[in-house]
Write a protein that binds this ligand. Structure first.
Ligand SMILES: [Cu+2]
Length: 440
């Protein structure tokens, strides 16, 4: 009988990935995991109270990212963005040279308050000109950043300055508007949040920023291919592919906002959340009137748009949040394979093994088990799929993360401590007989 060594999970401080790696492949399908009361002292962090913004609004959290620091000069908030090549980690074991701002992609989240005067310096350390466009903001035309139309592009090596007042609260974005196909594809983008001066709707306990993106990074390659128009093979939330995505830790019964933005080159992403339902409260065009809000569990985030969702958590657990396009929860290795489903490849394998020791064809019964086979993988690539979970391998990668809903006193570290008897498991013959179920 195998049981879940929960202590192994929760003792790991630090990233979700660290916990995931150490948790190994405990299989609990033959018996529901035994669960003692959670005695960890680390409570789920309490919702921010008396937040830094008007009306007690909490600052946003950008998982795997950060907000841009401002300095105040004569009543103006001054910030500095540096556009530059970045050696970026998509997930442990997978890096690429991208173009980002201030050492990351997406760039730091810009966070301001309705009515703020902002002065944003932009230094171009790219090998070609660039601009910054403030997507969705209504500002003076000469600050809009469209190269050629509104300004000359910023030459490499120069620092230019944008200055404007943010008049409308909302969830916006910023991105390059020069050589768009290359620069946006390579990661020159970020989120731009303007908190309202006066609270709109109920105050939320947590406010997350999640930006989707898609990349074509050939296995073993160092640079994403910006000319790709389809067959993107690396899908990310805030520049990270699962299991490199940092989970969203929230409290049970808390009101949560997630601000989704999409500047993928080509694809809209239907983002699906498990274990809850939400309403879309705003887009980059403004607030959705209450009368027009409807409940949903999946929201389509089109290219060049933001969608803001809000919900109140009602079930604790580790809940999946992912793009529902199946290829967007794959990794690099899941693309362009020969279709061998249902083919008997044993003979072919035996013959191939004579010339290539250890040869094995892939996945004639599906690909679900491929990620955990510990097969050698090419340098700079992700394993076939996903990462280790508390029960078995999680066979999704890419645009996938976890919302950890925790009751008071439960830690956000490690996996959810499932109460006894609440996990699906094998059916006993007695139970099946009692309920009139025929097995085989
Ligand atoms: Cu998608």
């Amino acid at each position: 009988m195998k049981t879940l060594d929960r202590r192994g999970f929760v003792s790991v401080a630090g990233s979700f990935f660290g916990a995931a790696m150490l948790s190994g492949r405990a299989l609990a399908s033959d018996t529901p995991p035994t669960t003692e009361p959670n005695t960890d002292t680390d409570p789920a962090p309490a919702g921010h109270t008396g937040g830094a913004f008007p009306g007690g609004q909490v600052p946003v959290t950008t998982p795997n990212g950060k907000s841009l620091p401002w300095t105040k000069r004569d009543g103006v908030k001054v910030g500095h963005l540096v556009a530059e090549p970045v050696d970026h980690e998509f997930a442990p074991g997978l890096r690429g040279v991208v173009w980002g701002y201030n050492g990351g992609t997406p760039g730091p989240t810009l966070e301001a308050v309705e009515g703020d005067r902002l002065r944003i310096y932009v230094t171009n350390r790219l090998p070609e000109p660039t601009t910054v466009h403030w997507h969705g903001l209504i500002i003076p035309n000469g600050m809009d950043g469209v190269a050629g139309l509104n300004q000359r592009p910023i030459p490499p090596g120069e620092t230019w300055v944008y200055e404007f007042t943010v008049k409308h609260p909302g969830t916006y974005m910023y991105h390059s508007h020069y050589d768009e196909m290359v620069q946006i594809a390579l990661g020159l983008k970020g989120m731009f949040i303007v908190h309202p001066k006066r609270l709109r709707g109920p105050r939320v306990d947590r406010d997350f920023v999640m930006m989707t993106h898609e990349w074509k990074l050939d296995v073993g390659a160092k640079r994403p291919d910006p000319s790709s128009m389809n067959d993107f093979n690396l899908l990310t939330f805030n520049g990270r592919a699962f299991p490199g995505t940092e989970p969203l830790v929230v409290g049970l019964g808390e009101r949560v906002r997630i601000r989704l933005g999409n500047l993928s080159p080509m694809d809209h992403h239907p983002i699906h959340l498990h274990g809850l339902n939400f309403v879309v409260t705003a887009t980059d065009g403004g607030y959705v009137p209450k009368s027009a809000q409807h409940p949903d569990t999946t929201v389509l985030v089109p290219v060049g748009a933001t969608r803001v969702i809000e919900f109140v958590t009602e079930e604790p657990g580790d809940w999946a949040m992912h793009c529902h396009m199946t290829h967007h929860v794959m990794t690099q290795m899941g693309h362009g394979l020969a279709n061998t489903l249902a083919a008997d490849l044993k003979k072919a394998d035996r013959r191939m093994a004579r010339v290539n020791r250890g040869y094995m064809s892939m996945g004639q019964n599906g690909q679900g088990g491929m990620g955990e086979m510990d097969m050698p993988i090419p340098p700079n690539s992700l394993p076939m799929k996903g990462g280790p979970g508390p029960f078995s391998y999680i066979d999704m990668g890419g645009m996938f993360t976890i919302i950890k809903v925790r009751a008071p006193g439960q830690t956000g570290e490690g996996w959810y401590p499932y109460p006894r008897g609440t996990v699906a498991g094998p059916a006993s013959p007695e139970r099946m007989a009692r309920d009139g179920i025929e097995g085989h």
